[in-house]
Design a protein around this ligand. Sequence first.
Ligand code: PLP
Length: 378
Amino acid sequence: MGYSIPLFDLNYDKREEDAIISTLKEKWISSGPKCEELERRFADALGVKYALTVSSCTSALHIALLCAGIQPGDEVIVPSLTFVATANAIRYVGASPVFCDIESLANPTIDPAEIEKLINKKTKAIIVMHYGGFPCAMDRIVELANKYEIKIIEDACHAPMVAYAGKMLGSIGMIGCFSFFSNKNISIGEGGMLVTDDERVYEKAKLLRSHGMTVMSYQRATGHALGYDVVELGYNYRLDDIHAALGIVQLTKLKEDLKRRSKIRKKYLLYLQDFNGVLIPFLDYEGSTSNYIFPIFCRADVSERDRLRSYLKDNGVQTSMHYPPVHQFSIYQSAKRGKMSVTEEYCNGEITLPMYAALSDEHIEYITNLIKKGLMRQ
Ligand SMILES: *Cc1c(COP(=O)(O)O)cnc(C)c1O
């Protein structure tokens, strides 16, 4: 790919290889004991009653909305500053996403004051997204949800094992959705997890994950069941045991990985916090985070931001943008929205810098020097 410093690199070693090989040798490769083990471990780590492996976070979000009873005609409030899958899932169930602005450039998570303005009789749910692994203002959002009897679904893709007021992100709302896509904190290729404390949600989610069938093939193969019924219009949103085996290893490595990322963030801050060409989101935040990404905001205009990205690319540093605002994509241009001024300003200045466990201090010094040189040159 030509970059000497990529945006992201897998934190893999022999343990992942061994996990795959032993799963192959055990000869059960579709959804089975490895998925169940990953579910148990994830639920324990998160402090929730139920965790359900799924094929992606997108399928978790789809199932979550179905379990929340979201229907055509309903409105679901969602940040525009998210990956498009968060909004797409709302359309899968025939409901309408209503896009909400973020709080500020310094705290680019969904703005509770703006949420309240968007709530009406049709509003049935809010999907929050913990940007970069930094918590949304869940205390205020929970208050709003209680006041207006609205369900909360957490898109916690960026935030595995992030503590917030005595709970873990993903376990605060009715349902939490996680992704194990290759560039996430827990990387397995494709996969995800749905978590909940509600037994009825769990039972329904389990049915929807596998064709609405009352029994899974592993249970039949192991002699626990002979036949099955189909009681819901379900999907094939299962994970398989090869990916789950990777997930088990990645989950055991997560704590160390998060520690390493936190050191990397501190190094970046050391070099960048006094440089007034950029603003660093969540600069004063001292709580728990996953550091899924390291975003910076360039105070220059959008063309200078793009020039800086090219300059970094020419010098071997891959960057990204999180995210192009969803409300500006063609298919969402006619969707309902509140004011979007902060989201639009943020997205015109944001650059995502490399973040992964193996990123060295020398790399960080090199990247931050390029940023200072690049912005002063302009
Ligand atoms: C990655 C991501 C998704 C989609 O996850 P998949 O597992 O690829 O479906 C959804 N929302 C956010 C915020 C993400 O970062």
